[in-house]
Design a protein around this ligand. Structure first.
Ligand SMILES: [Zn+2]
Length: 372
């Protein structure tokens, strides 16, 4: 059913979709040969973005999958831009090639006319007596020379004609390839857009599931406005100064009134489930995210008990101060946490063992957490 052309188009699309996000781009435009244009390779979003082994169930899994989907959106968008750029370059090169071919054809056409005229006029030369020079009596040498000239000119005209036909064919082939490339480009763009839309949908559905799961754990999340607990936005956290994180990056904890950066909060909620299983109660929190003004207030009220305002990990939404027994070094609670927190991305930092000695201070390590 498929014509050679559509077969070639399919080949183009297949070649493009088989490439991954990591395909190099920004390299020089591929050299153009008329017949290899269809094989131009471009970056595209890998098909791997949509793969998922099983539906996430735990908070950490939900967080990871939501972040993965979000990152895939960014990757797909980047690939789309890279691809558009590359297609632009290739199309430009094709257009330039077409133009030079058109020029060459025009030149040939210019040559063809006088050659053709000359050939016709020689055929009609009265001294050759019309159409049958071979049968004409008289000066044989002169006639033969003229016939040879005529043959030469006719052959030249035929060559020019042949060249013009070849050039026209090349032009046509190139135009077809340009059109196929454009069609393939549009098709790929549509596929990528659909992929991005699906990823967006998946990402926000995961964030909703995550929010629902947290609400079930007793976390008070307002359903108004942006609402929810969205770990996909933590990439923006670095844009904000310590103690001035926007509400969209923060997420409340099961412990009323406490909040942390979304990824830390989700990990803490997971850790809290394990703690509750072991001790029958939730963890006790005396402090979590501290805004800059809160940091300043504590710093001046209780000098030595808080880091310099603007330097604390509390201001990054990545630290908690715990009570309920954990604050006592080597208590059962402290030891349990020390042994188990890493599995949730939480650590008791080295400095807090001695300078200053703060057994109550625990931190979320985003790098450790990102591996979970
Ligand atoms: Zn602290």
């Amino acid at each position: 059913m498929s014509s050679p052309r559509s077969a070639r188009l399919i080949a183009v699309v297949t070649a493009m979709t088989s490439l991954t996000v990591s395909a190099p781009y920004g390299t020089a435009a591929p050299a153009l040969a008329d017949t290899t244009t269809a094989k131009v390779r471009t970056a595209s979003a890998g098909e791997s973005v949509m793969t998922l082994d099983k539906e996430p169930t735990t908070l950490t899994e939900l967080r990871r999958e939501a972040q993965k989907a979000y990152k895939s959106i960014e990757d797909a968008n980047r690939a789309l831009v890279a691809r558009q750029k590359k297609f632009g370059t290739v199309e430009k090169a094709l257009a330039a090639k077409l133009e030079s071919l058109q020029q060459a054809t025009a030149e040939l056409n210019k040559m063809r006319k006088p050659l053709s005229d000359l050939a016709s006029s020689m055929y009609q030369d009265p001294s050759l007596d019309g159409l049958s020079p071979f049968f004409r009596a008289g000066n044989g040498t002169e006639t033969l020379r003229r016939i040879a000239d005529l043959d030469h000119i006719v052959a030249g005209r035929n060559n020019v004609l042949g060249d013009a036909v070849k050039l026209l064919e090349r032009q046509q082939r190139l135009a077809e390839e340009a059109q196929e490339l454009r069609a393939a480009s549009l098709l790929q763009e549509a596929q990528l857009s659909a992929q991005v839309a699906a990823l967006r949908k998946r990402s926000s559905s995961l964030v909703r599931s995550l929010t629902k799961a947290l609400i079930k754990l007793g976390v008070k999340i307002s359903s108004k406005g942006a609402g929810g607990c969205d770990p996909t936005r933590i990439g923006q956290a670095e844009q904000y100064p310590n103690g001035l994180l926007p509400q969209t990056i923060l997420c409340p904890l099961p412990q009323a009134g406490e909040e942390l950066r979304a990824d830390a909060a989700i990990a803490f909620a997971d850790l809290n489930i394990a703690y509750k299983k072991r001790f029958g109660t939730s963890m006790c929190i005396s402090d979590s995210y501290r805004s800059l003004s809160e940091q300043q207030s504590i710093y001046y009220r209780r000098p030595g008990f808080a880091a310099t305002p603007g330097k604390s990990n509390h201001g990054l939404g990545l630290a908690v101060d715990l009570c309920g027994g954990v604050q006592n070094f080597r208590s059962v609670q402290f030891n349990w946490l020390e042994a188990n927190s890493k599995r949730y991305g939480w650590i008791h930092p080295d400095w807090s063992y001695h300078s200053p000695f703060e057994p109550w201070h625990w931190e979320y390590d985003p790098q450790l957490g990102a591996k979970l």
